[in-house]
Design a protein around this ligand. Structure first.
Ligand code: CAA
Ligand code: NAD
Length: 298
């Protein structure tokens, strides 16, 4: 007799993550930590090397917290997790055995559309394909897919090993079985799941990103300094980071991609208007923490 969890566990054993940046590396880490067989793939070899390092560092933080005074248990956790993880730049090879594919490449609709067509060609027929998009419609990303019933969204939050939420997204054609398996995967990796429809920004980003832009406009008008806005939201609203600190943490390119997409789709919506300051910083390559400078220097 198998419980429903055991049945679903059997459904998803091999997980492939495409894109080894901020998000992909975290998703690979939490999946490997749940004893799933994980393949992490990227077009860039240096990106994979960087991911390897950041996973190692992050795992050591997790291990230290879990086994405070036990160095051996810490090392065991790190090594047993790393054992579950393989890396390759070969996409076809990476997705061949996958039960679940999670796409986490840059927030670009044309790139994602093309990528999913390639993935479907190389993956098993019954593989579940998902995107970690922050803002794009699943309907648009999956337009080239033949089997849309096995396609859904898994939206993680940065930093993935720490943030407890997973948004599970279904579009009009996602099957009940696919949705159920994705909810189960969320449970297996220890996240709290919420169900989302295929609407821009799902739940969290539809509220969080316009708030970050409102903060930018407040600063651009000269109503308050960046520092005071951050302190205000931390101490006055209990947010762990202020909006500028958070923008640098998420990546200013990603924040800009999100708003650009929405501004194009909903030109009448004032909340989605572009910010000249954000455009300037991105053009200068100041993308936040990942490049050493954004709104602030690191
Ligand atoms: N890996 C593992 N552990 C980590 C970690 C990482 N990358 N980053 C932080 N931690 C752990 C630390 O080890 C620490 O553990 P202890 O409490 O046991 O000491 C704990 O998390 C807190 O870390 P710090 O003390 O270093 O710093 P902090 O207290 O400032 O917390 C933070 C850091 C968790 C990032 C916190 O500032 C925070 O929650 N910030 C807001 C993050 C947020 O809003 N994310 C969502 C962004 S939006 C998004 O992701 C969606 C999108 O599509 C854009
Ligand atoms: P990132 O820039 O850190 O990483 C993107 C990675 O994708 C890079 O390593 C790049 O080399 C790789 N890549 C680009 N084209 C590729 C291709 N064709 N095949 C394989 N790999 C390719 O970006 P990120 O912050 O990890 O964001 C990734 C996705 O996750 C985006 O869709 C973003 O909107 C979403 N997201 C981001 C956050 C966040 O806080 N940064 C949170 C949730 C969701």
């Amino acid at each position: 007799h198998f419980s429903s969890t055991a049945t679903q566990l059997a459904r998803i054993q091999n997980v492939t993550i495409i894109g080894a940046g901020l998000m992909g590396s975290g998703i690979a880490q939490v999946s490997a930590n749940a004893k799933l067989n994980v393949v992490l793939t990227d077009i860039s070899e240096p990106a994979l090397q960087k991911a390897q390092k950041s996973i190692d560092t992050s795992l050591r933080r997790v291990a230290k917290k879990k086994h405070a005074d036990d160095a051996k248990a810490q090392e065991d956790l790190v090594q047993s997790t790393l054992k579950q993880l393989k890396m390759t730049t070969n996409l076809a090879e990476a997705v061949k055995e996958a039960d679940l594919v999670i796409e986490a490449v840059v927030e670009n609709i044309e790139l994602k559309k093309k990528l999913f067509a390639d993935v479907e060609k190389n993956a098993k027929k019954d593989a579940i394909l998902t995107t970690n998009t922050s803002s794009l419609r699943l309907k648009d990303i999956g337009i080239n897919l033949k089997n849309k019933a096995n396609f859904g969204g898994l939206h993680f939050f940065n930093p993935v090993p720490v943030m407890k939420l997973l948004e599970v997204v279904r579009h009009d054609e996602t099957s009940d079985e696919t949705f159920k398996s994705l909810m189960e995967y969320g449970k297996v990796i220890g996240k709290t799941t919420v169900a989302c429809k295929d609407t821009p920004g799902f739940i969290v980003n539809r509220l969080l990103v316009p708030y970050m832009f409102e903060a930018l406009r407040m600063y651009e008008r000269g109503d308050a300094s960046k520092e005071d806005i951050d302190v205000g939201m931390k101490l006055g609203a209990g947010y762990p980071m202020g909006p500028f600190e958070l923008g640098d943490y998420v990546g200013l390119d990603t924040v800009k991609f999100i708003m650009e997409g929405w501004a194009k789709q909903y030109p009448e919506e004032p909340a989605f208007r572009q910010s000249p300051l954000l455009s300037k910083l991105v053009a200068e390559g100041k993308l936040g923490r990942k490049t050493g400078e954004g709104f602030f220097k690191y």
